[in-house]
Design a protein around this ligand. Structure first.
Ligand code: HEC
Ligand code: HEC
Length: 340
């Protein structure tokens, strides 16, 4: 593993030596720890493989609700890929096992440089052997088989380096999003044995401590992991909360979709939108109307693929039907009305 804290950054992903072994096998190098998050961000059905590396002897500082405080030199990576064969139902994050039957698309790095967090998107070469720094964004044709075995195709959109800030912004500065206690407090299938991720991070010197009462999020599509309410809130937290927070790019909407939001109004219940018009379907009055998903702007925008309407506004081109179903169900069982 090599870390760079100022420009020029390596033009090839291999310049960081994050991975060893066969090119493209994503086998983490010494000190590079894979992880995943309880409920991920929907990104057009791409599968993701994430790693964290901190300079030896400098663990991140734990925080109960915010992103952990990582030292300068930290390198975080997230690789997007499409399996070529049918999905096996293998847990997310278990991809680093040398499975060659997938199309690697991009590896995004967030590096804690001297000037603050820097975003470096690397786009994989067609042969899957290395990836090249591509700051301008591009589209990559991909193909995969969905859960029903149907072949689906897509012009996958690799964001440009400026778009990263559109989601990763906290009080106007770039920040990591997923490395929070509630997203990480779950088991991970390390090789050879599984372990709680926070505990492993402490043992590996990546994190300074992991209190026994650390919060944890539900898994949006696993009913055993939480109630409908908890899973819907986990979905909103992971897919919307980075923008819809008092510190994020959508702060002006006063809609707070983080797990920490503590009133129905902050979540949009009976809240009129800041801007009427297309984004509100022209006739809809509130972000959420209890019992009425079809009258709720939040559901309407989740269902849309119109660039002027859809939420999130970047990061997807397809509708996440399963996510729409979950949030519709959540709104449907809410009691009350907006008239009284
Ligand atoms: C649509 C919103 C969105 C955009 C655009 C986006 N990200 Fe992210 N990113 C997220 C979210 C949400 C997470 C945390 C959840 C996860 O890991 O899936 C994340 C996680 C990451 C991670 C893992 C560490 C962390 O922050 O949790 C890296 C590295 C990363 N993004 C890099 C980038 C780079 C580089 C770009 C621009 C090329 C970018 N991202 C664009 C939303 C976005
Ligand atoms: C990349 C940042 C970003 C992400 C991620 C995002 N939004 Fe938004 N959202 C915005 C911005 C900016 C606005 C205000 C402009 C507009 O209405 O289009 C907005 C407006 C809204 C509104 C209207 C709110 C109001 O009261 O005015 C709703 C509802 C909404 N978003 C729902 C969602 C949901 C649900 C998600 C997650 C599935 C989500 N958004 C994810 C940036 C984002």
């Amino acid at each position: 593993m090599r870390s760079f804290v100022e420009a020029p950054y390596p033009v090839k992903l291999s310049g960081w030596a994050l991975f060893k072994g066969e090119p493209g096998a994503l086998e983490p190098n010494a000190g590079v720890l894979p992880y995943d998050v309880a409920t991920p961000l929907f990104s057009d059905f791409a599968e993701k493989y994430r790693t964290v590396w901190v300079p030896p002897g400098s663990p991140a500082r734990y925080h109960a609700t915010e992103t952990f405080d990582f030292p300068v030199g930290t390198v975080l990576s997230k690789t997007f890929m499409y399996p070529r064969g049918p999905r096996t139902g293998a847990p997310e994050g278990s991809a680093g096992n040398g499975d060659r039957s997938r199309r690697l698309v991009e590896t995004r790095l967030l590096v804690h440089a001297k000037e603050g967090w820097v975003s470096l998107p690397y786009v994989w070469d067609e042969d899957g052997k290395d990836a090249t720094l591509g700051l301008v964004g591009t589209t990559v044709p991909v193909e995969w088989k969905d859960a029903r075995g149907e072949v689906r195709t897509l012009a996958y959109e690799v964001p440009n380096a400026n778009q990263c800030l559109g989601c990763h912004e906290h009080d106007k500065r770039m920040t990591p999003i997923g490395l929070k206690a509630r997203h990480l407090n779950k088991p991970f299938a390390y090789e050879p044995g599984g372990e709680n991720q926070l505990a492993r991070m402490v043992r590996a010197g990546v994190l300074d401590r992991a209190p026994a009462d650390s919060p944890h999020s539900a898994v949006w599509n696993q009913p055993a992991s939480g109630t409908l309410e908890q899973r819907a809130r986990a979905y909103l937290d992971a897919n919307c909360g980075h923008c819809h927070s008092p510190h994020g790019p959508a702060a002006s909407t006063a809609l707070d979709l983080r797990a920490t939001a503590d009133t129905p109004r902050k979540l949009g219940v009976c809240k009129p939108p800041v801007a009427a018009g297309r984004g509100s379907g022209s006739t809809l009055l509130y972000d959420i109307v209890p019992g009425k998903p079809e009258e709720s702007i939040l559901v309407y925008r989740l269902k849309s693929t119109d660039p002027g309407v859809m939420m999130p506004e970047v990061g997807r081109t397809l509708v996440h039907e399963e996510g729409v179903e979950l949030l519709s169900e959540w709104v449907r069982q809410m009691k009350g009305s907006c008239k009284d």
